[in-house]
Every structure is written in structure tokens, then in C-alpha cells.
Design a protein around this ligand. Structure first.
Ligand SMILES: [Zn+2]
Length: 125
């Protein structure tokens, strides 16, 4: 389940997006629906491309109790994976994991609602 962060080149809106597949096309901007979005983070895909590591990970206990439908389970897995790899994937990775864990980016329809709320808040300024 590759998780990416994007920035819209049109309106500058930043958002996270979980792609169903690694080769899925980039999403539209959640705010202005532009297709002109730039991918900021692709650490999951970088990790996945390192086959030997993935094979080693596949044999480890990291994978045992992951429920893809449970954001907290996925977040727990991501943290363990970070430890297993033995690399600090950085604050951005930690932030993404926390977002997943809190359910903030679990459902894209929630993001849509939040975006429109932000828009109306901006209008008041
Ligand atoms: Zn935009």
C-alpha cells in the first residue's frame, strides 16, 4: 500500500494519498482538481524496490499481524518496518505514520470534506 505526499503545482495544496498500486497514476489535487501535482515522498516505493530487503522482511515477524483495513495496525507495521530496516526514515515518515494511525488519511472522502472546510475558512480571510 504505497503512501505518497503530493504538492499541487497550481494552488500549492499539500496532501497525502494512498495509491492502490505502485504504478497507479498520480491523483488530482484534492483542492483544485488540477492534474499538475508533484510527488514529494515515495519512501514506500523506494523500500519496495530493494528486493533483498523485502525478502528478508517477508521472513520476519514484521508482517504477521498487519490488517490493511486497520490504520493503527498499518501504522504499527510501518514503525516496526522502520526499525527492521535499521534506517531513520525521517520526520516526514513519522508524520505520515501518525496521520495513518489517527485515521486522518485513511479515507479519501474525509480528505475531500476537510479540503472544502479549509476553502471556506480561507474565504473568510
Ligand atoms: Zn491544487
Amino acid at each position: 500500500m504505497p503512501l505518497y505526499e503530493y504538492r499541487c503545482a497550481e494552488c500549492g495544496h499539500r496532501f497525502s494519498f494512498i495509491l492502490p498500486r505502485y504504478d497507479s497514476p498520480d491523483p488530482q489535487c484534492l483542492k483544485c482538481l488540477s492534474n499538475n501535482v508533484k510527488r514529494l515522498i515515495s519512501k514506500f516505493s523506494v523500500i519496495a524496490s530493494e528486493d533483498s530487503r523485502i525478502e528478508r522482511l517477508a521472513d520476519s515477524s514484521v508482517w504477521t499481524d498487519v490488517d490493511e483495513n486497520d490504520p493503527k495496525s498499518v501504522a504499527r507495521w510501518a514503525r516496526r518496518m522502520e526499525k527492521e530496516i535499521g534506517e531513520d526514515l525521517g520526520d516526514e515518515f513519522d508524520e505520515l505514520v501518525e496521520k495513518v494511525e489517527s485515521g486522518e488519511i485513511d479515507d479519501s472522502s474525509d480528505i475531500d470534506e476537510r479540503s472544502s472546510e479549509e476553502e471556506s475558512a480561507n474565504d473568510e480571510l
